[in-house]
Design a protein around this ligand. Structure first.
Ligand SMILES: Nc1ncnc2c1ncn2[C@@H]1O[C@H](COP(=O)(O)OP(=O)(O)OP(=O)(O)O)[C@@H](O)[C@H]1O
Ligand SMILES: [Mg+2]
Length: 224
């Protein structure tokens, strides 16, 4: 089953001489429960594409359909609800709230939505991600790898339709990067999550079920 369908996506930034065509007619479908890696040179349009998938930016032309919702047709308010209910984001620089504890950070999406906490799921994920001992710590007290494990838990807690990660191991040394990635893959498999991850690291891309290569705003090659 496809959880995400993208049709003929176009995006240009700026106007006239200085304009940049970031996406040039992207067609792509993402299967539910699969780990897809997106690779491509710097400036090829990867982040722009990921932002469109997550309703963080709107295309000039084309469609993004996530879990039956036509994202391109939503207004700003509806987009916020869509992001909250359907998407988990993981960034290179973790983006945790510094004044909240690890546990509060993990539960943050649910607090925002006013949704109940699935205590069983929370407990299990904390174990899988080795965060038992850190629940009452603050982000700055954790290593980069620790902070990224918190960000993973936060992205998964609301059981979103898709998890979108933009170079999640880019700021980690290669060992903690591998650890974090292994845990991410494990949690995605355990919870049948759909994961789309941008990476420059070919070793990481090899762990994916499928690799999509972007060149100059177009899809050049797809594996898997
Ligand atoms: N908000 C913006 N305003 C103007 N230009 C932008 C904006 N966002 C992206 N671009 C341009 O669009 C093109 C694609 O950018 P994008 O960030 O998607 O690339 P990327 O593949 O993620 O690159 P990197 O690997 O360096 O992160 C680039 O030329 C970039 O400069
Ligand atoms: Mg990018």
């Amino acid at each position: 089953m496809d959880i995400l369908t993208i049709h003929n996506l176009h995006k240009t930034f700026g106007k006239g001489e200085n304009s940049v065509k970031a996406l040039n007619g992207i067609d792509l479908t993402i299967e539910k429960g699969k780990f897809t890696a997106i690779i491509g040179a710097s400036g090829s349009g990867k982040t722009t594409l990921l932002h469109m998938m997550g309703g963080l930016d709107t295309p000039d032309e084309g469609e993004v359909i996530v879990d039956g919702v036509n994202v391109s047709g939503l207004r700003e308010k509806e987009l916020a609800v869509f992001r909250r209910n359907k998407v988990g984001f993981i960034y290179q620089n973790f983006n945790l709230v510094p004044t909240l504890t690890v546990k509060e950070n993990i539960l943050f999406p649910l607090s925002l939505a006013g949704s109940a906490v699935d205590q069983e799921f929370l407990k299990e994920m904390i174990e899988v991600l080795h965060l038992e001992e850190r629940l009452h710590s603050y982000p700055h007290e954790l290593s980069g790898g620790g902070q990224q494990r918190v960000a993973i838990a936060r992205a998964l807690i609301a059981k979103p339709a898709i998890v979108l990660a933009d170079e999640p191991t880019g700021n980690l040394d290669s060992r903690s990067g591998q650890n974090v990635l292994g845990l991410m893959k494990l949690s995605v498999e355990t919870y049948h999550q759909t994961l789309v991850m941008i990476t420059h690291n070919l070793e990481i891309a090899q762990m994916a079920d499928r690799v999509v290569r972007i060149e100059d705003g177009s899809i050049r090659a797809q594996g898997g």
